[in-house]
Unconditional design. Structure first.
Length: 155
């Protein structure tokens, strides 16, 4: 297993999460009358936000689409980092580690407030990123150890 392959796996899982999230719009799956009343109330109650009239539904929908955009951006970033991981493992490792922590936090938030699909997918992304960080560390350590032993055996 290589960090490149694992990061590309994280990218693919992120694309799947983004697709599921985006196709789930408008994110109001409940069909019972009380749930419908809540959605209507979110849509109709408008208030001033920095000079603009907005509703809670505007925020709900806007943040939902922002999340889709961020997920697509993260998938692209993971794919690009996968190419750099083989060339610059140590330089990429801190970036991937931060993204791993972010994905782990997202999994915790999903577990606390959402449902099992985003929890499992965010957890899978975090696990892929953690594994790639570990593999980059091992590969970098192996390369430095072998270059030291080669330098030591030179006449």
């Amino acid at each position: 297993m290589s960090p490149k392959l694992i990061l590309r796996g994280a990218a693919l899982v992120t694309v799947l999460l983004a697709a599921g999230h985006s196709f789930g719009s408008p994110w109001t799956p409940a069909v019972d009358p009380r749930a419908h009343d809540v959605v209507v109330a979110m849509q109709t109650y408008r208030f001033d936000v920095m000079g603009l009239k907005r509703s809670y539904f505007n925020f709900y929908e806007g943040f939902g689409w922002m999340l889709s955009a961020y997920l697509i951006g993260h998938a692209i970033l993971f794919w690009q980092l996968s190419g750099l991981a083989t060339q610059r493992g140590l330089g990429v490792r801190p970036i991937v580690a931060v993204l791993c922590l972010e994905s782990f936090a997202a999994a915790l938030v999903a577990w606390r407030f959402l449902f099992w699909v985003p929890t499992v997918m965010s957890g899978t992304i975090a696990a892929c990123l953690a594994l790639s960080v570990a593999l980059m560390s091992v590969q970098t350590h192996t390369r430095s150890t072998s270059s030291v032993s080669q330098a030591g055996s030179a006449p």
